[in-house]
Ligand binder design. Sequence first.
Ligand code: NAP
Length: 246
Amino acid sequence: MKLLEGKTALITGASKGIGRAIAIRFAEQGANVAFTYLSSVEKGQALEAELQALGIKAKGYRSDASINTEAESLATEVVKEFGALDILVNNAGITKDGLLMRMSEEQWDSVINVNLKSVFNLTKAVMKQMMKQKNGSIINITSVVGIRGNAGQANYAASKAGIIGFTKSVALELGSRNIRSNAVAPGFIETEMTHDLTNKEEWLKGIPLKRGGAPEEVADCVVFLASDMSKYISGQVLQVDGGMLT
Ligand code: NAP
């Protein structure tokens, strides 16, 4: 028996990196997968075909998670197409780094909108369907940086810390409807987002397992939180960081 058989998932930002790995792991575990992308159109279309080849229903949507009306119409389309929505993974995220002294208002606003407002947008958009089903698992991708802060990433850290407060509040508000809400906090994961990091060696030194993580290692944790294996777990932040923050 596959862990996500019969479930329908919506994943934001799955054209590459961690989101893509989550989409593939979900499909391997039998879930039907709706996912979004924004600028990487070709990669999004290629993923749709790759997922369908795994024998599940899959569809990619070009949708900006930071825009409320786009999130609303996305959720409506997904429910119409798939007939259900059991799992939401808020994964879409960006960085626009800089020391606070030099950080522009645009750098602040865009990171908060894409990383944090998107989580509000999508959760609001899917919660009615989950309440109707009396079942749901919402998984928000935060970061160890949201727990401990990071010089040069005040905007990103604030967005990721905001996600943690939001996740715990939703767990409290929707628990009585059998809707769970958890966050996953990756540490240093090898993706395009971390490709150009200048202080990679510094990060690696601070990781007890002495290596960066793979996107699939985050995806495995998300599969657990999406599945009934975790059906009594809500309001938690699970770190996938090689032991970086203990
Ligand atoms: P990535 O490789 O840069 O991928 C980011 C994904 O988000 C892409 O698919 C991108 O789609 C999508 N996206 C960006 N803006 C979007 C928007 N407005 N609407 C919809 N989709 C949007 O990054 P990643 O490393 O996989 O990161 C995934 C998540 O994990 C992020 O939330 C990130 O903050 C978090 N995280 C990553 C690490 C790490 O070490 N990599 C650590 C902690 C947390 P397009 O390319 O199509 O625009």
